[in-house]
Design a protein around this ligand. Structure first.
Ligand SMILES: Nc1ncnc2c1ncn2[C@@H]1O[C@H](COP(=O)(O)OP(=O)(O)OP(=O)(O)O)[C@@H](O)[C@H]1O
Length: 238
């Protein structure tokens, strides 16, 4: 299995706070990797550097074995914690707008938009304004935007925070379907049972460092939550 994402010795400091302090891990093709850590552990900062919206102070990021450039950018889909959608537009119009940003041709975009709408379970509401959507539906569309250009790595920052159970199941099911097709997924969550169900491997981070990593069952003695508490001294949801 080849590593689609490799992170080595990543560092970022905000004035006197070292947010990410020598973080390293890898995510392979078809693998779901969960970055777990208490609030302020440095997960969002690390993700921001990986997707290229923040410059690292030090360290290496490799996507499909290459240093980040325009070609590797196109391999990465990013689903930010905050919704990044136009509420007055419909789901289809939002996707059409972002397909233009990705430089997709119109005919190709039309087909892909229909596929993505199906994948996120919004085909039947595609032509309704996003302002009329539930929180869970908006989250699903946010993920759809990240998937539009067929990335090989999807990076999601708390994609299921505060969503209804139906949308949550739908999000988790679509992630599983996509990793089955080879997509690599890096994500953060505050839901331990979700990490246990979804992740092939998890990394527990605190103070910007990797404390341990392994499969949920390797780290689950007696369960993942206990390991997390023992290492960080805090609950995942505080
Ligand atoms: N723009 C910023 N300026 C200064 N400090 C920041 C900034 N962004 C984050 N920090 C600090 O860096 C540290 C890591 O924050 P980060 O948001 O990466 O953590 P996190 O693990 O994503 O937390 P959460 O689970 O709450 O999202 C925290 O101490 C935070 O206060």
């Amino acid at each position: 299995m080849s590593a689609l994402l490799e992170v080595v010795g990543l560092r970022k400091r905000y004035k006197d706070i070292v947010a990410v302090d020598g973080l390293g891990f890898a995510v392979h093709e078809g693998e779901t990797y969960g970055l777990l850590g208490p609030n302020g552990a440095g997960k969002t900062t690390a993700i921001s550097m990986i997707v290229g919206v923040l410059d690292a102070d030090a360290g290496e990021i490799r996507v499909a074995g290459r240093a980040p450039d325009l070609a590797t950018r196109a391999m990465v889909g990013y689903v930010p914690q905050q919704l990044a959608l136009y509420p007055d537009l419909t789901a289809r119009q939002n996707l059409r707008f972002f397909s233009g940003m990705y430089g997709m041709r119109r005919a190709q975009a039309r087909t892909r938009i229909a596929e993505v709408l199906e994948l996120i379970g919004l085909s039947d509401r595609a032509d309704h304004a996003v302002a009329t959507y539930s929180g869970g539906m908006s989250r699903r569309l946010n993920i759809g935007v990240g998937l539009l250009h067929r990335p090989r790595l999807l990076v999601m920052d708390e994609p299921t925070a505060g969503v209804d159970p139906q949308s949550r199941t739908s999000i988790l099911d679509s992630v599983q379907r996509l990793t089955g097709e080879g997509l690599a997924v890096l994500y953060t969550t505050h839901y331990m049972e979700e990490a246990e169900r979804l992740c092939d491997r998890v990394g527990i981070v605190d103070h910007g460092r990797m404390l341990t990593e392994g499969t949920p069952s390797e780290l689950g003695d007696p369960d993942l939550e206990s390991t997390f508490l023992r290492l960080t001294g805090r609950a995942l949801r505080d």
